[in-house]
Write a protein that binds this ligand. Structure first.
Ligand code: F6P
Length: 526
């Protein structure tokens, strides 16, 4: 069978059904099935997923599941967990799931069990973060470390940033939290604002770069090193203030970081899936290793769910198939991520990288240009209720339909009265308004078409464990969609051209620059 999903007869069937669903209303689906909410929702492993407000039925989902199965989903999923070389363009295994597995499991890469290395790194992270947090690791002047500055970008930033913020928001009063600043942008304003908050003698930099070649990160790391030299006593050893996380040990050592201060990454962990590795070191430092362990355990629980639950009740599979339906059969090209939880402030940004860098591809797994179907949608989002006062106008009345993922927390740990009820009322109201619309307004501009599909995902709680589950859910969703679209979700060649061209511009090489770029360059460098 062809790997092009459109060649499968089920795709054609789904296309025909999709054509009839363009005109169907979600309200009509409810009218035709008075148990639609019960039959098109699911409670599982601490989540409640309501997809009844999508323009889809379980019969359609069954066909999509069959299509997925016929595209070798289960074999491909198992191959990923087993450590087969599924990232074919880079000839790498894809084993972020190994990072959350128990130490007595065996996962082999090139005939070697990687689990001792995984747990060795976790032990080193625990020991180091404990020593910083209990004050036994001191700065060069003998002061305890009070500030952590995490330097990294993309996958070496967004995951820790997301979790850091979420754990601050759900921390208990007795929890010890170290001041932590995340620096990613090469714009000097970013690192300068961290410097402004920190005393060098009490500051630890964690430089995170899998490749240790990323210009933004290396530039910031050099600036940080100089700042330490300038702000610590002359000739002081900066080693206690500087650690790195990387798979490129030689380059890190050449940079001047001692091997004891290097935490490993591996080429079988892709950047945007690397939160679970030593990339999470700043989280251990900020919140304690126990929280990080709970995050890993949550993700592991989702892995087991993904591996063992039938496709009909499998959260990553269901959410992925709904996304495929919207993208390929109803032709919606965007997806909004709308968490009604301040703790998930950075979740939209994290998912933008996770899904768009993974599945924003126009060449398939075999290197064939994809011409007859669409791959990943444009994703964006904002926490509710802030988004409501910003771009929801377009979500309700814009000329394009954007499916929405609402995410809420049932039992957040908050002592303030009212806020939570009001927050979730807003979330429910938005989903309802999007679906029902308003067809009989007094004025035409008050008309809401409605029939705008949305999913609501409720989390029982918000803590490190449930956050681990949530992130892993979307990781696996991304994988499933990659299988359906037959793309390699684990490379990112689309980011390379810009890097190469910027290198040329830095060298003042305008040989292949267009006249607009040349003109702008002249203005900038005048
Ligand atoms: O440019 C994109 C990218 O390669 C991401 O995939 C990655 O997460 C990020 O840059 C950072 O890379 P590194 O960890 O190697 O610095």
């Amino acid at each position: 069978m062809s790997n092009n999903p459109t060649k499968n007869p089920i795709w054609k069937e789904l296309e025909a059904i999709g054509n009839t669903y363009h005109s169907k209303t979600i309200q009509g689906l409810f009218d035709a099935n008075n148990t639609r909410f019960e039959t098109h929702s699911l409670r599982s492993i601490g989540f409640f997923l309501d997809y009844s407000k999508q323009r889809i039925t379980n019969d359609i989902l069954a066909k999509l599941s069959q299509l997925l199965t016929e595209h070798g989903f289960e074999t491909k999923r198992d191959a990923m967990f087993k450590g087969d070389i599924i990232n074919n363009t880079e000839q790498r295994a894809v084993l972020h799931t190994a990072l959350r597995r128990p130490s007595n499991d065996v996962v082999e890469v090139a005939g070697e069990n990687i689990m001792p290395a995984v747990h060795g790194a976790l032990n080193k992270m625990e020991a180091f973060s404990d020593s910083v947090r209990d004050g036994s690791h001191k700065g060069v002047t003998g002061k305890v470390i009070k500030n952590i500055v995490s330097i990294g970008i993309g996958g070496s930033d967004l995951g820790p940033r997301l979790v850091s913020e979420a754990l601050i928001k759900c921390a208990k009063p007795q929890d010890k939290i170290l001041n932590t600043y995340f620096v990613s942008n090469i714009d000097g304003d970013d690192i300068e604002s961290a410097f402004a908050q920190c005393d060098a003698s009490e500051t630890l930099f964690v430089v995170i770069s899998k490749s240790f070649k990323t210009q933004e990160t290396l530039t910031n790391a050099l600036t940080a090193r100089q700042w330490l030299k300038d702000n610590l006593p002359e000739g002081a050893d900066i080693a206690p203030h500087f650690v790195a996380v990387s798979s490129n040990i030689t380059t890190v050592e050449a940079f001047g970081i001692h091997s004891d201060n290097i935490f490993p990454m591996w080429d079988w962990v892709n950047g945007r899936f690397s939160l679970w590795s030593a990339v999470g070191l700043s989280l251990c430092l900020q919140h304690g290793f126990d929280k990080f362990r709970a995050l890993l355990d949550g993700a592991y629980e989702m892995d087991q769910h993904f591996l063992t639950t039938n496709l009909k009740e499998n959260l990553p599979v269901l959410t992925a198939l709904i996304g495929v339906w919207n993208r390929n059969f109803l032709n919606f090209s965007t997806l909004a991520i709308l968490p009604y939880a301040q703790s998930l402030l950075y979740f939209p940004a994290f998912l933008q990288q996770l899904e768009m860098e993974s599945n924003g591809k126009d060449v398939d797994y075999d290197g064939t240009p994809i011409t007859d179907y669409k791959t990943g949608p444009v994703m964006f989002g904002e926490v509710g209720t802030n988004g409501q006062h910003s771009f929801y106008q377009l979500l309700h009345q814009g000329s394009d339909i954007t499916p929405c993922d609402f995410i809420g927390v049932l039992n957040p740990d908050t002592s303030l009265p009212n806020h939570h009820e009001l927050l979730l009322s807003h979330m429910l109201a938005q989903g309802q308004a999007m679906m029902q619309g308003r067809q009989n307004p007094d004025k035409p501009y008050q008309y809401f078409h409605g029939n705008r599909p949305n999913t609501t995902l409720l989390m029982d709680t918000m803590d490190a464990h449930s956050l681990g589950k949530l992130i892993a859910l979307y990781e696996h969703k991304t994988f499933v969609q990659g299988v359906m679209w037959h793309v390699n979700s684990f490379d990112q060649y689309g980011v390379e051209l810009g890097k190469e061209l910027s290198q040329k511009l830095e060298n003042k090489d305008l040989s292949d620059a267009d006249s607009s770029t040349q003109g702008l360059f002249a203005i900038i460098t005048k």
